[in-house]
Design a protein around this ligand. Structure first.
Ligand code: ACO
Length: 401
């Protein structure tokens, strides 16, 4: 049956699947995920191999354009991005309008949307060339904006980066450079960030990616679609979980480190508390990203000579949960966000910036999914519903109600 005419064949039958637990929204050739076996691959390459051997910019290229770049292709991509790394001075006025206490994710989503006004050409992506230009622009400007959201909170002058640095080093510099101090790149920090960004780079049709695709399906443009995706990512059930995990671990620590108490709270159906960083819609086995991040957290903390009691609490919590019937029966395992915040913390990244870091990593995945959707000329996303409201009734004037 041709899916396009399915409704005609079935006489207009509509399926309902809240949360799309069993419904595919598209065909995609970008990311393969087997949740039962705990397998994740970008364009056919295993996440384990990419995390170990690749750098973030080449993974971005792979996701967006489908193949690992040659040296010449990577050079051109890097150069094109660097040439677009300026942000219009008037964007600063928008940033200035936010209170310092504003959550960086809200600011980032707004600034990404505001970029459209300064780059109107980015909306019309009728040709592949126009699409490429929009992609390069956002790959360049997004890290600048992301770093600004942190500098604003710290009242630091804005930094436009240094084009002699690599993509990830530059992100770190734009966040951490200080006036009158020479910025010194740090290999351990850079490698840790590179790995984290790669692990977050795509994850097929998750909440934020589906948002990007559905907004983009109305031809609203790449930046508008990304801005919507950032908002979707912000929620604690999605990317916001990395911030929620550290806040939870801190609360457990402050409460005397009684992990059993919090495991019981998570199991109690009358208590809204959930073990943040646990469970996943698709993984019913170990999240392969969590495995890599757990190992990386121990290495990074060791290399930086940091002892963080919160890592011990996380490990304790995970080992109790993994033995507990409630979690075993529901196949709830640590997800990507369970350990990532511990690494971000060790790198000096403030808690409220964790989800921004996630967004920086997810950017190429969102772009790749948006590009695929446009190239495949997918129809506008428009789910149906089952109406459960009132039947036809007559209007009653206000004085008679
Ligand atoms: N703690 C306690 N119980 C949980 C948890 C948890 N973290 N996660 C799921 N459960 C329970 C549910 O209460 C439900 O139990 P029931 O069958 O007795 O009703 C069962 O496990 C299935 O959970 P659902 O909520 O139906 O699973 P769903 O696929 O809709 O949700 C989600 C997945 C949102 C990730 C959920 O596991 C959760 O809230 N986890 C905590 C937040 C989190 O870590 N989010 C990050 C996910 S990764 C990412 O987006 C980057």
């Amino acid at each position: 049956i041709d899916i396009k005419t399915l409704r005609d064949v079935t006489g207009g039958v509509t399926t309902i699947d809240p949360g799309y637990k069993n419904t595919g929204s598209c065909e995609s050739g970008i990311t393969f995920l087997d949740g039962e076996k705990g397998i994740l691959r970008y364009r056919g390459y295993s996440i384990e191999e990419l995390a170990e051997k690749a750098d973030f910019l080449e993974v971005a290229y792979l996701l967006i354009f489908g193949e690992l770049p040659t040296a010449a292709q990577l050079n051109k991509f890097d150069k094109d991005i660097k040439e677009e790394s300026h942000v219009d001075e008037d964007m600063k006025k928008i940033l200035d309008g936010f209170p310092k206490s504003a959550h960086p994710m809200g600011v980032l989503s707004s600034l990404t949307s505001a970029l459209i006004a300064f780059n109107p050409g980015s909306v019309d992506v009728a040709s592949e060339e126009a699409m490429y230009n929009a992609i390069v622009k956002i790959m360049a400007k997004f890290p600048v904006l992301a770093a600004w959201t942190m500098r604003k909170r710290k009242s630091l002058p804005l930094d436009y980066g240094d084009n002699s640095l690599g993509y990830v080093e530059n992100i770190h510099k734009m966040m951490f450079s200080r006036p009158n101090k020479t910025y010194e790149p740090n290999r351990i920090v850079n490698d840790a960030l590179d790995k984290l960004l790669i692990l977050h780079a795509d994850h097929e049709q998750n909440c934020s990616t589906s948002t990007v695709r559905i907004v983009g399906s109305s031809h609203a443009g790449l930046f508008a679609s990304l801005s919507a995706g950032i908002s979707a990512l912000w929620g604690p059930l999605h990317g916001g979980a990395n911030q929620a995990v550290i806040e939870m671990l801190e609360a457990i620590k402050a409460d005397g480190g009684d992990t059993a108490k919090y495991i019981n709270k998570a199991k109690d159906k009358d208590d809204p508390f959930r073990l943040m960083g646990f469970g996943h819609r698709v993984y019913k086995n170990f999240d392969p990203r969590a495995k890599i991040i757990k190992k990386s957290a121990e290495e990074v903390l060791g290399n930086l000579g940091i002892e963080d009691p919160v890592l011990d609490i996380a490990k304790g919590l995970a080992s109790v949960a993994l033995e507990d019937d409630y979690f075993v029966k529901r196949k709830l395992y640590p997800n990507v966000d369970f350990y990532s915040g511990i690494i971000y913390r060790s790198l000096g990244i403030p808690t409220e910036m964790f989800t921004v870091m996630f967004a920086l990593g997810r950017l190429p995945g969102w772009i790749a999914q948006w590009r695929e959707m446009r190239l495949r000329k997918e129809p506008i996303g428009r789910p149906r519903q089952i109406y459960v409201g009132e039947n036809l009734r007559s209007f009653v004037k206000v004085e008679d109600r």
